[in-house]
Design a protein around this ligand. Structure first.
Ligand code: TRP
Length: 330
């Protein structure tokens, strides 16, 4: 069985429909036929602004939602990155394998650091890919399910692993990126030409898993639509309606053609009502389960500690092997 590892930053209280479909749902599917390790990478979240209360709440909320959407904590090891100091320890080793030049070429660093001026950028933002490499290599992962934007980070992980193995002896498995299926593209409800994203200018365009049903109903009913009144899929001229059709298709399993037939001769109002209801019902069991889990923090933390115990078996072995290869006195 191939081993899979992925990570998600606890940067919000709720997944949105786009993240769920684009990543987390596929993590759930990968549990069949793979040995899966999923990490809530809280140390990576320190590279952005930190509000300690929020970081804690978001870490718990991420765990609750991952379980609620179907990460099975018996099948998968679900753990919080900071619970395993091995990540920092191997992260340092990777920093000593990486060159300043290759780290400087990471596009995510260049994009993020250019926003606030490179001088003010955190050093942790610069060393981020080496910590990510450690996340992956500690578990000898074969496959790393990520979005296209992370491809370069998997490439540098392979390069670092290969360099280490060549110089100090075979310790690490070289991982492959497993680029997640884009699937249905979901756009912002208010700006239907932008991808649905947590960095949207307004929350009213984003369908959040943890939002109350009334809130999501209201967001969908207030979605921007287009002139005209026919429910027809036309991304160019009717991005708003087309987006709602995509959402309806995803949550009901109906094809776009069937949806066009279903709403032939009906107006936008009827259509939006149907989309709202179907979406809210689709999310409801996941939201309810997550809320249930969040009621008992102690139990949630116990589950995460159990995940960390499972993860530690591999992480501590790999760290030891790498130290030994380096000549670190054991
Ligand atoms: N950098 C990843 C992201 O922003 C998160 C991440 C951290 C990750 N460590 C990882 C993803 C290890 C895959 C494997 O999405």
């Amino acid at each position: 069985m191939k081993r899979v590892l992925s990570g998600i930053q606890p940067t919000s209280e709720s997944f949105h429909l786009g993240n769920y479909l684009g990543a987390v749902k596929q993590w759930v599917d990968l549990q069949n036929g793979h040995e899966t390790y999923y990490s809530i990478v809280d140390l990576h979240a320190l590279t952005g602004d930190v509000d300690p209360k929020l970081l804690r709440a978001r870490t718990l909320a991420s765990a609750a939602q991952l379980i609620a959407v179907g990460i099975d904590t018996e099948k998968s090891s679900l753990f919080v990155q900071s619970h395993l100091p091995e990540h920092n320890q191997l992260g340092w080793v990777m920093e000593c394998v990486a060159s300043f030049g290759e780290a400087s070429r990471m596009t995510q660093f260049k994009d993020k650091s250019s926003k606030g001026g490179a001088d003010g950028a955190r050093v942790g933002l610069f060393t981020y890919p080496m910590l990510q490499a450690a996340d992956i290599l500690l578990y000898q992962a074969d496959l790393v399910p990520v979005g296209e934007d992370q491809r370069q980070h998997i490439e540098i992980t392979r390069d670092l692993a290969n360099r280490f193995n060549t110089r100090y002896g075979q310790v690490f498995t070289l991982p492959d990126a497993y680029i997640l299926k884009e699937g249905a593209k979901i756009y912002d409800l208010q700006e239907p030409t932008n991808k649905m994203s947590k960095s949207a200018s307004s929350a009213s365009g984003v369908i959040e898993l943890m939002d109350a049903p009334e809130i999501n109903t209201k967001k969908i009913k207030s979605a921007v639509t287009d002139t005209g009144r026919e429910v027809i899929f036309d991304l160019e001229n009717k991005p708003g309606i087309s987006n709602l059709m995509t959402i309806y298709s995803v949550v009901t399993g109906k094809t776009i053609a069937a949806i066009q037939d279903e709403f032939a001769g009906k107006g936008y109002g009827d259509f939006k009502g149907a989309v709202a209801e179907a979406t809210v019902e689709y999310l409801r069991p996941m939201r309810d389960r997550a809320l249930e889990l969040l009621k008992d923090e102690g139990e949630l933390i116990r589950i995460l500690n159990h995940g960390a115990e499972k993860a530690r078996v591999l992480a501590s072995k790999t760290l030891k092997d790498s130290y030994k290869a380096l000549g670190i006195l054991g």
